[in-house]
Write a protein that binds this ligand. Structure first.
Ligand code: F6R
Length: 607
């Protein structure tokens, strides 16, 4: 997501901060800024848009000084703008922040009631105010002020803080967002990513959860949030700059597959209301009594997420749902209008077909909700309401973490609507909310099975074609598994509803056709297992994706990948992961350009 760089030493900070932020550009951002201390005060310079804009601004408004913090922002709270760009300053305190402050609404109210004046829509500014208040109340030093302020904050974050009252010190804190300290000679660095400071030093301390770090040019002190000392051994980085950008993974796609537990957790932050057993949609307050029908419109992978959304909304909110390909929607003069909620799903928010479909729907009087991963992109701006996933920038062309976070957004939407119209009981909602919270850990468990999928990719990777089968909400996952495979491996693959196999595709089956069958535990298990047996009876090679603890499936499939159990409605979030890994390893085995597959673009802005 956002990028963080901090410097304290004897050189000019600004060029080091800008060079570091440049290295993080690949992660995507919408604004940038620096705060540099000099002669009693820190100067903040910020700019919406690209780093070049910030550099141009710095020519007119130079920020000299030997201690500073810099940031590239990927908007989560508040649109991309100069005012919302980081650093945020309150009194003497400048702050940069990656992540999300979960209790920002309550904090804003509390600070406003105490007389604070805000100059941005961000959650980050609130933290600057909290620390400034501690400084004013006589905290003995910046570290203590940050520690006290942290006690009021919940969420996922990496903060770096600087105060005019204690020049020469940077204080940083980490909870779930990555952070590293670079050790120099008479100078030290802080960054969200090794890449940002690799040109300056290879000696790094990897900051751990709950670390509070005080950095001066000659010292690094680490404690926990209660002030108890912690020790971290510095490591010497041997990665090349390119390897570092990919976090040590061979491709961005593999890195993004592994990032999914984190991006799902980020998408859940602040959206689970355990008091009322419901899901919160960041202020999107849909009048459920006015919704007679929901129509999802999307393309490609987002279309597959929408098909899962159909299952979720119909099951949990009992509202009729249709799913349409955005690229087809307006060519059939669709019957749509008041009473319809059109949900436009687009991770980039820029897909031309989806945009045209939204215009068509709005023109006919429907209400439009956009689900997107990019704040203030065109589709959310066109829609009446926007709800954002927090996957962070996705570099690999084949979508992975954007997809699973879309599934989370669908689940939150379905729970929210179901609770509002009373179709979802409090008890069931509670079970689902708990299951959502438990997903990241289960996802980690699956992505760590990469080695097993690598072996299977070698075994099956020479095949000329693949078939993917699933029933119920596993049908869209079969479609997505086939799409992933064909996009990056160039092997023909078809996804099919398992029950449709005998109506045609069964003719394809022989000993050369690998068939991936999605058979997690649930009401479709027996039927899907019968389909699997039909494939085996025709010498087809079966790779089953099943639920851990299933002792039967190994007897009827050639190979089995086990995924942990979860609530039935959320199973697609887990079963898609082995399919992403399978596609990745087959493509890599074939030596393909995984991140930039031929003929494909990340964002399709032509119809
Ligand atoms: C496939 C993929 C595409 C996109 C499609 C829509 O891996 O990424 O199929 O899903 O082009 O893009 P968005 O979601 O940006 O509208």
């Amino acid at each position: 997501m956002c990028g963080i760089v901090g410097y304290v030493g004897s050189r000019q900070a600004t060029p080091i901060l800008i060079a570091g932020l440049r290295k993080l550009e690949y992660r995507g951002y919408d604004s940038a800024g620096v705060s540099v201390w000099n002669d009693g005060t820190s100067r903040v310079v910020r700019c919406r848009g690209k780093l070049q804009g910030l550099e141009d601004k710095l020519v007119k408004e130079p920020a000299p000084g030997m201690i500073g913090i810099g940031h590239t922002r990927w908007a989560t709270h508040g649109r991309p703008s100069d005012e919302n760009a980081h650093p945020h300053k309150a009194g003497s305190v400048s702050v940069i922040h990656n992540g999300i402050i979960e209790n920002h609404m309550a904090l804003r109210q509390e600070l406003a009631a105490a007389g604070a004046k805000f100059s941005s829509e961000t959650d980050t500014e609130l933290f600057a105010h909290l620390i400034d208040r501690q400084m004013q109340a006589g905290a003995p030093d910046l570290t203590t002020a940050v520690r006290k302020a942290l006690a009021k904050v919940t969420g996922a974050y990496a903060f770096v803080v600087m105060s005019d009252k204690e020049p020469g010190t940077l204080v940083a804190a980490k909870n779930s967002s990555p952070m590293v300290v670079g050790l120099g000679d008479g100078e030290n660095f802080i960054a969200s990513d090794v890449t940002a400071i690799l040109a300056e030093t290879r000696k790094m301390i990897f900051v751990d959860e709950g670390d509070l770090i005080t950095v001066t040019k000659s010292s690094v002190t680490i404690t926990d949030f209660d002030g108890k000392p912690r020790h971290r051994e510095p490591k010497t980085i041997t990665w090349s700059a390119v390897q570092a950008e990919k976090g040590g993974f061979k491709h961005y796609m593999l890195k993004e597959i592994h990032e999914q537990p984190r991006s799902v957790a980020d998408t859940l932050v602040g959206r689970i209301d355990l008091e009322n057993d419901t899901a919160l949609l960041d202020g999107v307050d849909l009048d459920v009594s006015k919704i007679k029908r929901i129509i999802f419109i999307a393309c490609g992978t987002s279309f597959h997420a929408s098909l899962v959304g159909e299952h979720l909304v119909e099951a949990l909110a009992r509202i009729p749902v249709e799913v349409d390909l955005a690229s087809e929607f307006r060519y059939r003069d669709p019957i749509v209008g008041p009473g319809d909620l059109v949900v436009a799903v687009s991770q980039s928010g820029e897909t031309a077909d989806t945009m045209s479909a939204v215009r068509e729907a709005k023109g006919k009087g429907a209400m439009v909700l956009a689900i997107s991963n990019v704040v203030e992109s065109s589709i959310p701006r066109l829609a009446d309401y926007a709800f954002y996933t927090h996957a962070g920038p996705e570099i690999g062309v084949a979508s992975t973490k954007a997809f699973t976070t879309q599934l989370i957004a669908m689940a939150l939407l379905a729970i929210n609507l179901g609770r509002k119209n009373g179709k979802l009981s409090r008890e069931r909602a509670r079970v689902l909310l708990a299951a959502l919270t438990a997903l990241p850990q289960k996802m980690t468990d699956i992505v760590e099975q990469g080695a097993q999928l690598q072996v299977l990719a070698r075994r099956y990777g020479a095949a000329k074609g693949f078939l993917f089968l699933g029933r119920g909400s596993q049908h869209p996952i079969a479609l997505e598994g086939a799409l992933k495979l064909k996009e990056i491996s160039y092997i023909h693959a078809e996804g099919y509803a398992a029950g449709e196999m005998k109506h045609g595709p069964i003719a394809l089956i022989d000993e050369n056709l690998p068939v991936v069958v999605l058979v997690p535990r649930g009401p479709h298990y027996d039927k899907a297992a019968s389909n699997l047996a039909e494939v085996r009876a025709r010498q087809g090679k079966v790779l089953a994706i099943a639920t851990r603890g299933d002792t039967e499936i190994g007897n009827i499939a050639d190979d089995v990948i086990m995924v942990p159990d979860t609530a039935l409605e959320l199973q697609p979030v887990l079963t898609v992961l082995p399919l992403q890994l399978l596609a990745y390893y087959v493509a890599d085995f074939k030596g393909n350009d995984v991140d930039q597959p031929r003929n494909l673009a990340k964002s399709v802005t032509v119809e």
